[in-house]
Design a protein around this ligand. Structure first.
Ligand code: CTP
Length: 404
């Protein structure tokens, strides 16, 4: 179940710390690998040497372990894991996590990571029931941290109630559950997808430019839908009115040349969606000074040069450099089918989504669209739908194609 998965196991100081050894054994039995970190207080309960021997890697305890800092560093340590499991998690470590403290190796790794975290609390029943712990657990849950346990039962201190560390088998089941759920819910996890969006702006002088009415709404919806499927989305956007998509890396650009450079820089990627309305032409002689409209002055002469076709360039990259799936858009004002088919050929993209932007269609700037989808398998009419629906449909389809 855990083949290829690397788990960072953080052990904090409590009587249940010895159970972490069994947990590491179970992770390995399930095909995963484990790297252990012990807090200082954990070392009073179990020896780092035992943990190292079981996990097959040196168990770490010190934040300022210089050799290791130069080799990998604590930030890399926590980010390279597929999941971080804190077992047992004491009331103290939970409080430090909830408040973002980073005062030892364990808490620093927990704060410095964007990897998901699973916490298995273990403490005295009164500490578990304490208002402060309740608050801290609620804060962690709100931050997206997953909690497993604690179990209720007799405690080492003689009291009875919830607070016992969940059994190692239960923690393992939660780890396996996390991975099966995350791969089902996030089929594009670990895959980079570049999305271009919005208009480009081609300067004429310091205050004037040539641009178009693209709102960027469709690009934002697609980026968010892809991020929802788990993709690492690099969102390269011209100056658009739509709010930035959540959960994406945003790369703001102005001109077509900047957009092309940003896209090339973001490659390699598993997929690329070209939603931007790139200006076909740029001004070759933009003025460094604002043009003045003096009555006797002759009107300025503006010269143009064609902009690079970013979609076409990326679609023509050699195998290995070319994203596996290249998706283009076509906005047409008549004879949609024939023009869209021709455009797919000309641009060399795998899929093309065509919409009619004739006056009255309200696609530009609006919430809705109507899509004809073209691929090697032919043509599909997606009909009239919202930009969000179109984005969700495209993202699901990309996930199906790119997931393995
Ligand atoms: N595109 C691009 N770079 C350009 C122009 C367009 O990446 N310089 C992409 C768009 O993001 C879109 C697709 O190409 O995915 C279609 O753009 P469109 O402007 O319709 O194509 P053109 O070849 O300019 O077609 P036409 O001249 O018929 O409008």
């Amino acid at each position: 179940m855990l083949a290829g998965k690397h788990i960072l196991v953080i052990i904090s100081g409590g009587i249940a710390a010895y159970k972490a050894i069994e947990l590491i054994r179970l992770i390995q039995k399930a095909g995963g690998t484990a790297q252990a970190i012990l807090t200082q207080s954990a070392t009073h309960f179990i020896s780092p040497l035992t943990v190292s021997a079981i996990s097959g890697r040196p168990a770490l305890t010190e934040l300022f372990d210089l050799t290791r800092e130069t080799e990998i560093g604590h930030i890399e340590l926590s980010r390279s894991a597929d999941l971080i499991v804190v077992a047992p998690a004491t009331a103290s470590l939970i409080a430090r996590m909830a408040n973002g403290l980073a005062d030892d190796l364990a808490s620093t790794c927990l704060l410095a990571t964007d990897t998901d975290i699973l916490v298995a609390p273990a403490m005295n029943v009164r500490m578990w029931d304490a208002a402060a712990t309740r608050r801290n657990i609620a804060l962690l849950e709100a931050d997206g941290v997953k909690i497993v346990g604690p179990d209720a039962g007799e405690m080492a201190c003689g009291e009875y109630g919830p607070g016992r560390l969940a059994e190692p088998e239960t923690v393992l089941a939660a780890i396996e559950g996390y991975f099966s759920q995350s791969s089902a819910l996030r089929p594009l996890a670990g895959k980079k997808i570049v999305v271009t969006s919005g208009p480009t702006r081609e300067p004429i002088d310091p205050v004037r430019y040539i641009s178009n009415a693209s709102s960027g709404k469709q690009g934002v919806a697609i980026a968010e839908a892809l991020a929802g499927e788990g993709a690492d989305v690099v969102f390269v956007t011209g100056p658009a009115e739509a709010a930035s998509p959540r959960g994406c890396t945003i790369v703001p650009v102005t001109t077509a040349l900047e957009m092309e450079a940003a896209v090339q820089k973001a490659l390699p990627a598993a997929g690329a969606v070209f939603c931007a309305a790139v200006a076909d032409w740029r001004v070759t002689n933009p003025s460094g000074q604002k043009f003045k409209k003096d009555a006797d002055a002759t009107p300025p002469r503006i010269e143009f040069a064609p902009n690079p076709d970013i979609l076409k360039t990326v679609a023509a990259l050699p195998e290995g450099k070319r994203p596996r799936l290249v998706v283009g858009f076509a906005a047409e004002t008549g004879d949609l089918r024939a023009r869209a088919r021709a455009k797919r050929e000309k641009k060399g993209c795998d899929w093309l989504l065509a919409n009619d932007v004739s006056p009255g269609s309200r696609v530009f700037g609006g919430e809705d669209t109507a899509i004809l989808f073209f691929s090697d398998e032919g043509e599909e009419d997606w009909g009239a739908l919202s930009k969000h629906q179109a984005a969700a449909r495209l993202a699901k389809r990309m996930a199906l194609t790119l997931k393995d």
